[in-house]
Design a protein around this ligand. Structure first.
Ligand SMILES: Cc1cc2nc3c(=O)[nH]c(=O)nc-3n(C[C@H](O)[C@H](O)[C@H](O)COP(=O)(O)O)c2cc1C
Length: 183
């Protein structure tokens, strides 16, 4: 797949199974993430790999947190199962420097770029996944589990694996009218 086709045909996949990217494929994904555009060379990101027994640990964390928060049974079960939707999750934390000439928002955007770069590197190698966020990204217990300092931000959980199904139709071009103009 050439690089332009990769970008134009990009799509997320939520139904994922094994195998997860590992070895050189995972290394390439992480390298792509670490090559995200980055004002000031701060590398304002941290990638936390959740796989194998880590998925169970993450599930336990979400379950315990849901119980402590007095969520209803349905929500507790949803949280407990959430990590098992993919064989690999990469939690991406924007590790930000405060009072730096590069403002916080730029550092967070850089970390966001790293998520897309990793998803594209996965897709380029026959894997795929989906960028998820949700209320867990801001939950104090989850932030603590990923060593977030007050200025840090969890920009997402990148679920990765092998697509369970092949897409049946190509991605159609978008009507750019509302989104593009001449200055
Ligand atoms: C910052 C961010 C957070 C997202 N969070 C979620 C999420 O929690 N759950 C979800 O289903 N999709 C989420 N999405 C959207 C999916 O990643 C995906 O882009 C969407 O399903 C559209 O599919 P596509 O990427 O194939 O166009 C998020 C996207 C971004 C950029």
């Amino acid at each position: 797949m050439d690089s332009l086709e990769l970008l134009l045909q990009r799509r997320s996949v939520s139904r994922l199974t094994t195998p997860a990217p590992s070895g050189e494929a995972l290394e390439a994904i992480l390298q792509a993430g670490a090559r995200a555009p980055d004002h000031g060379g701060l590398k304002p990101w941290h990638f936390s790999l959740i796989h194998g027994e880590g998925l169970q640990r993450f599930s336990d964390l979400l379950r315990q947190t849901s119980i402590e928060d007095a969520l209803d049974d349905k929500a507790i079960e949803k949280a407990t199962q959430a990590p098992f939707r993919a064989p690999l999750i990469i939690t991406v934390v924007a590790r930000c420097q405060e009072n730096h000439k590069v403002p916080l928002w730029e550092q967070v955007v850089s970390a966001g770029c790293s998520v897309m770069a990793m998803q594209m590197a996965a897709q380029a190698q026959g894997f795929n996944g989906i960028w998820r966020s949700g209320a867990w990204t801001d939950h104090p217990k989850v932030r603590q589990a990923f060593d977030c300092q007050p200025q840090d931000k969890i920009v997402g959980f990148l679920y990765l694996g092998t697509p369970q199904f092949n897409a049946v139709s190509p991605v159609q071009p978008i009507d750019l009218g509302p989104y593009v103009s001449e200055f």
